[in-house]
Write a protein that binds this ligand. Sequence first.
Ligand SMILES: [Zn+2]
Ligand SMILES: [Zn+2]
Length: 214
Amino acid sequence: MFKRFHFMLLALSLLALTTACSAADAAVQPAPPDTTPEAPRTDPDPSLTPPAPTAPNDDTLDQEGLSPRTTPGHVWAEPIIEGDTVTILLSVARMADHVHFEVPTDGDPASFVGYFVGNAFLVRPCVCPTCGAETVDWESGALACGTCPAMYDAVSGAGVGGAISYPSGLISNRIALDTISMSRLDLIAAYERTVAGEGVPSGGDDVCPVLGCC
Ligand SMILES: [Zn+2]
Ligand SMILES: [Zn+2]
């Protein structure tokens, strides 16, 4: 009797073990095959493609009397020089709020900046009376040096804040129907007087009160 019971216990144990193994087998079934999603398209989006570069529009540079030195915001006139007369075209002078031009000399060309104040056309050498650099340009209704901080009154040429003023006097010019004419000797004389430092300190006896150019 005891022996039979023992056999039955053994059989039950084997049965339990077999069941457990089956369950374990079920638990380690291989995973379903890997289903990698389709790779995203790599074709470039046409809407993101930058436009092809376009050639600069140089139509304006074909205008008569306009120098190829012209850059955005800085019109350069190509003067016509006949004897002592230097002529620039009114259409070029009026293209922007100021115009640059050069006059040949025995040495380097002398450069000038011209601009309208009302109906009057005013011309100043681009030489800075304060520091001597040839970097004076029109800036927001006044003349400003690009090398030192000096600024000048557009009409009187007086230095602002202690800068040395332009020499007294204006370069005369004649405005005709479509041209502006000046005397080459007048232009060069004004240029040389400015280079020579004939301007006077705008601040009275105080020669270098602000700029430290000397
Ligand atoms: Zn300019
Ligand atoms: Zn200067």
